[in-house]
Design a protein around this ligand. Structure first.
Ligand SMILES: [Zn+2]
Ligand SMILES: [Zn+2]
Length: 730
């Protein structure tokens, strides 16, 4: 019997007693649900096996989620029009929204460090772009020895050549390849590809909010060059949950990959659908809802799912069953015995069962690997909030994340119980509440929860609770506007209690403290997590992480989701508290390639894939470290200087002293004298180059003038502005 047959037989045996599959709810077609028989999954799997066995062996099968074998009305993905694979992507259209839609775990500022900046005069638009740097070390077990130093990856000529003439993708026989494209050098832009022979699946497609040094940039998305080169082999994208660090990249990346099908749970896909619609991609995107109790097959991958607790409902982990072995990807998770809101509990039994299934490798969330103990339950936070609502006599304003659906449900429930009406401010919060309540993840009477526009100070203070966004001090958010006395409907006054039901994400502290200061100045009492437990993280602490490893009992352990130091802490925990041998803990970075073979050995390969930081900037897209970024940084730090050189059209001789215009470069009292000196200097520089070389081209002349002015500005003021020489002939 062929090895794939053997594997299929094993997969079939495991599917023998699946839980009764839940009817799949189609977002558009509510009538699509139908009760199913107990071993439906097995029947379907067998059927699909028979039907596809030939194709399957040749590796040429198309993605075929098992649900799609159901009666016609159940097959439909959200978007009923399924375009052909070859269809060209539409031009991306950016919605007016987006910036405001913040995700709960806003990534910390963790861009790779910049190489030492060259002076402005040495930069030319043709210089090779800076490559991403990554922490060194960390091969098998290497995390114990890693120096943590960062190294620069040089751009080889060979690589540039290879990019110009891409080779046809090499397909490795009998090998499972794992390629993390994001989420390993940062908290954010999570994305990981799994590849077996001719098939690729991808888990998550997130983005990241930029650090402060990325001026004017909206988001950072993963580099998908590798997937673009192999797009015909992508069988599907599986989304673990609806946070933007897991789904935010979809509208930007999907067109580059020819719209491979997307799979996720009901709420996740509700949020994905919203993003896709904002970008007018609904006709091209193929969106399918999965039931975590029903496995799907994508190419040679058999995918099973387990529910996990997280700060958004409907979060799942993925079991990726392959001919080489079984992999478990946790997604973001914590263990919470009493989660809030309308969501199913985590599938502890399924996770425990994995412990007896020889899991080859566990990829687990490291975000809170440095926090000892166990994370607090969401309902504990609820109790604190209820007490607060009960005891407060004045008006209450609660700021939180828009995707904390369980938290909002609790607040609404307690507000109702204590006779308060709820007014919602902030577009992302209203939109998420609408999606969640339409899909059954939130329940509240419409007359109790109202839009802030309907709040006209008529409701008595002790009957008012305002729910708002802006708990991270975002400049355009409702809470910031309230603090700046700039909100059209809410004026803070003495007696108001403001609860910040979140914790500051690294990098946002200053902004939040400014908001709190202003609110206190206006007479409000501000309560945050430092005062009472009004927030809990969605990511497990050390005890939660240990429980996951102990339950799954993997052979190899790979910490994912987080900065290097977080993942390293997770690696230590796996070794010291869970007895995973040091050599079986693999530290990888974005762009590394892991290989697993049928003998059950997994190791890092020498291959590397591109991991540039792709920045989304308004309607455009570029690479981090590009000239645009560098210019912006120079202008922000040192200002800009324009030098206008007037010359005679025929003789090319200087007609008069150049004009100098500067912005953000000089202080008032310096201006006149320095401007004159610079103009003089630029004129001399022009004369010199003109005398030396009568045929010098414009580019050379500009470069020479630029260098001279730069040297002068540096000597005189110790500043290096962006210098723009312009030659005007007349
Ligand atoms: Zn998350
Ligand atoms: Zn996340």
């Amino acid at each position: 019997m062929d090895k794939i047959d053997e594997w299929l037989k094993r997969a079939n045996e495991e599917l023998g007693n699946p839980k009764t599959p839940q009817p799949q709810n189609n977002l558009l077609n509510k009538n699509a649900t139908q009760p199913q028989k107990g071993n439906f999954a097995q029947q379907q799997f067998n059927k699909s096996k028979q039907m596809n066995q030939k194709k399957f062996q040749s590796g040429g099968n198309q993605p075929r989620p098992m649900q799609q074998q159901r009666p016609v009305q159940q097959q439909r993905p959200i978007q009923q029009q399924r375009p052909m694979q070859q269809q060209r992507p539409v031009q991306q259209q950016r919605p007016a929204q987006s910036r405001q839609q913040r995700m709960p775990q806003r990534p910390q500022k963790s861009m790779p460090p910049k190489t030492q900046q060259k002076p402005a005069n040495l930069q030319s638009p043709t210089q090779p772009q800076k490559k991403q740097q990554r922490p060194s070390g960390g091969n098998r077990g290497g995390f114990f020895k890693s120096s943590g130093q960062r190294i620069t990856k040089p751009v080889s000529k060979k690589k540039i050549e290879a990019q110009k003439h891409p080779q046809p993708p090499q397909i490795l026989k009998d090998k499972l390849k794992i390629v993390p494209l994001g989420g390993l050098n940062e908290v954010g832009k999570n994305m990981m590809a799994f590849e077996y022979e001719g098939d690729i699946i991808v888990v998550d497609m997130g983005f990241e909010f930029p650090g402060e040094d990325l001026l004017g940039v909206d988001y950072v998305i993963p580099d998908t060059t590798y997937l673009e080169e192999n797009k015909s082999r992508i069988r599907g994208i599986v989304l673990t949950h609806g946070h933007l660090d897991h789904i935010g990249g979809i509208p930007y990346i999907l067109p580059k990959l020819n719209f491979p099908p997307l799979f996720g749970t009901k709420l996740t896909m509700g949020l994905v659908k919203k993003r896709i619609e904002e970008f007018k991609q609904e006709k091209l995107a193929k969106v399918s809802i999965i039931d975590p109790d029903v496995p799907i097959r994508l190419g040679k991958f058999l995918l099973k799912f387990f529910r996990v607790a997280h700060s958004i409902p409907d979060s799942i982990g993925v079991v990726i069953d392959t001919p080489v072995g079984k992999l478990v990807h946790t997604g973001d998770f914590k263990f919470d015995e009493s989660p809030a809101g309308f969501q199913k509990k985590a599938d502890i039994d399924k996770i425990r069962a994995l412990g007896g299934q020889n899991v080859l490798a566990l990829f687990s969330d490291s975000t809170n690997a440095l926090r000892p103990g166990k994370s607090i339950s969401e309902s504990e936070v609820g109790k604190t909030l209820e007490e607060l609502i009960m005891k407060t006599t004045g008006r209450i304003i609660v700021a939180s994340f828009s995707t904390l659906i369980g938290r909002m449900q609790q607040i609404i429930d307690y507000a109702q119980k204590h006779n308060r009406k709820i007014f919602v401010s902030g577009r992302s919060m209203r939109e998420t509440m609408e999606i969640a309540s339409n899909l059954g993840y939130m329940k509240f009477p419409k007359d109790v929860v109202k839009d802030i526009k309907q709040y006209k100070n008529k409701t008595p203070d002790h009957e008012t609770l305002i729910l708002t966004t802006g708990s991270q001090g975002e400049s355009v958010s409702a809470l910031t506007r309230i603090a700046n006395q700039d909100h059209p409907h809410i004026k803070v006054k003495k007696g108001d209690t403001i609860v910040i039901s979140s914790s500051p994400i690294v990098g946002n502290e200053r902004a939040i403290y400014n908001v709190i200061n202003n609110l206190c100045l206006l007479g409000a009492q501000v309560i945050n997590n430092q005062i009472m437990d009004v927030h809990t993280s969605g990511h497990g602490y050390q005890d939660d992480l240990k429980t996951m490893i102990d339950l799954v009992k993997p052979k190899y352990f790979i910490p994912v989701h987080g900065e290097f130091f977080m993942r390293q802490a997770h690696a230590f925990l796996a070794h010291q508290r869970c007895n995973i041998p040091e050599e079986n803990i693999i530290m990888i970075q974005n762009g590394d390639v892991l290989l697993a073979e049928k003998n059950g050995v997994m190791k890092k390969s020498d291959e590397k894939v591109d991991t540039k930081y792709i920045v989304i900037d308004g309607l455009g897209e570029g690479e981090m470290g590009s000239q645009v970024q560098t210019d912006r940084q120079i202008m922000a730090r040192n200002g800009a200087l324009v030098v206008l050189i007037h010359i005679n059209r025929k003789t090319k001789a200087l007609k008069k002293t150049p004009d100098v215009v500067s912005r953000g470069f000089m202080y008032m009292h310096e201006t006149e004298q320095i401007t004159q000196e610079i103009a003089q200097m630029a004129g001399e520089a022009y004369k010199t180059i003109h005398k030396k070389n009568k045929n010098a081209n414009r580019q050379d002349i500009k470069q020479y003038v630029k260098q001279s002015v730069d040297r002068f500005a540096h000597l005189k003021l110790e500043r290096r502005p962006l210098i723009i020489p312009l030659i005007i002939e007349d």
